[in-house]
Ligand binder design. Structure first.
Ligand SMILES: [Fe+2]
Length: 317
C-alpha cells in the first residue's frame, strides 16, 4: 500500500510541523489605516498589537513572552495594545503560568511605550480581577468598558476598551460615555464580534480571540473561528464601509498546542492621516515580509530606524 503509506507519512509530517515548527514562526503583520481628523502634518502612529498569549509551560513560557516583547519593541511602536487571553485554561498538556509572571514578562512594554490591555474569556474563566491587577501592577492600563484620550505630539486619539463580550461583560455605551459622536475612536476588544454593534464613531476595532482559526486547511480555511462573523473576517484587516476591523491571529495557542497555515503574529498598524488614503493599503507583501524578516532577525539597520515624529505621551481625559 505505497499510497496509504505516503498519506500517513504526509499526515505525520504535517502534524509534526504544526506542533513543533509553526507555533514558533512569529510574523509581523503590517497594515496602514487612514485615520480621520488628523492634520496633514501628523505623520503616522505606529500601533503594535499582541493578542492571545495563553501563557503556559512548555508552549508559552515567561522567556518566550520576553522574546515576543523584545521583538515588538524592535518595531519601534508608539502605542501597544494587548487584546486579551493572557491566561491559558485549556491548552492540552500545558501548565498555566500565573498572571503575575506573564505581567512581569510584559512589563518592559509599559516601561518604553504606553501599553493598554483588555481581558479575554480565558482571563475571565481564570480570575479577571487577579489578571487585571497583575497587569496594572506592571504599568499596563486595563480598559474595562472605559476610554482614554491620548495625545501623540499634535495628534489626539481616543482609545476605548470593552471587557470580554464572550463572557458578556462588555458595555459599549459605558466605554464610549463622555466621547463626542464626531470623535473617531479606536476600540480594543478581545472578540471581533463587537464590530457590527459598534457605533459609527468607532473607526477601527482591534481584536483577537479567533487565533485566525489557528489550524487552517488548504481549500477549507480555518476549521474553527470561535466567532459569529463571516469566516473570512477571522483574521487580518477588513474594511467595512469607512470603518476597519483588525483581527490578530495571536501569539499563543489554545486547545491543541498546534498551528497550521496560521502562524503566530505581531500586528503593526500604522494610522495615517486621511489625506494619505490613496496610499493606505496593505503594505506590499514582499516588502512587508522583508521588513518582518529584518525586524525579527534583529537587523541593526532596522532597529536603528528613527521612531516617527510623533511623541508618545498619553494624557488621561
Ligand atoms: Fe485565545
Amino acid at each position: 500500500m505505497p499510497l496509504l503509506e505516503a498519506l500517513f507519512g504526509l499526515a505525520a509530517l504535517g502534524g509534526g510541523y504544526a506542533l513543533a515548527v509553526e507555533p514558533r514562526r512569529l510574523l509581523l503583520q503590517r497594515h496602514r489605516i487612514p485615520w480621520p481628523a488628523w492634520r496633514t502634518e501628523t505623520r503616522s502612529l505606529r500601533v503594535a498589537v499582541i493578542s492571545d498569549i495563553h501563557a503556559a509551560w512548555p508552549h508559552m513560557t515567561e522567556r518566550r513572552i520576553r522574546s515576543v516583547v523584545a521583538r515588538v519593541l524592535r518595531t519601534r511602536p508608539q502605542l501597544v495594545l494587548l487584546a486579551g487571553d493572557f491566561v491559558s485554561t485549556e491548552t492540552l498538556g500545558a501548565i498555566p503560568l500565573p498572571p503575575e509572571r506573564t505581567a512581569r514578562a510584559l512589563a518592559a512594554l509599559a516601561r518604553h511605550v504606553p501599553t493598554f490591555a483588555v481581558l479575554g474569556n480565558h482571563d475571565w474563566d481564570f480570575d479577571p480581577e487577579r489578571v487585571a491587577r497583575a497587569l496594572e501592577d506592571r504599568g499596563i492600563a486595563v480598559l474595562r468598558n472605559a476610554h482614554r484620550g491620548l495625545r501623540f505630539g499634535g495628534a489626539d486619539l481616543v482609545l476605548a476598551g470593552v471587557d470580554d463580550a464572550v463572557s458578556r461583560k462588555d458595555d459599549l455605551d459605558l466605554a464610549l460615555l463622555g466621547t463626542l459622536p464626531e470623535e473617531p475612536v479606536l476600540l480594543l476588544s478581545h472578540t471581533p464580534d463587537i464590530h457590527p454593534r459598534a457605533p459609527g464613531q468607532v473607526r477601527l476595532v482591534v481584536a483577537g480571540h479567533t487565533h485566525g482559526g489557528q489550524i487552517c486547511l488548504p481549500w477549507v480555511g480555518p476549521l474553527v473561528t470561535m466567532s459569529a462573523l463571516p469566516r473570512r473576517q477571522a483574521h487580518g484587516l477588513h474594511r467595512v464601509g469607512d470603518r476597519y476591523l483588525f483581527v490578530s491571529a495571536g501569539v499563543g495557542t489554545t486547545g491543541i498546542p498546534a498551528r497550521f497555515a496560521r502562524p503566530p503574529e505581531i500586528g503593526m498598524l500604522e494610522l495615517v492621516p486621511v489625506e494619505e488614503r490613496a496610499h493606505a493599503a496593505r503594505a506590499p507583501a514582499d516588502a512587508g515580509r522583508r521588513e518582518e524578516e529584518r525586524a525579527l532577525a534583529g537587523d541593526p539597520a532596522f532597529a536603528a530606524c528613527p521612531a516617527d515624529s510623533l511623541l508618545a505621551s498619553p494624557e488621561s481625559r
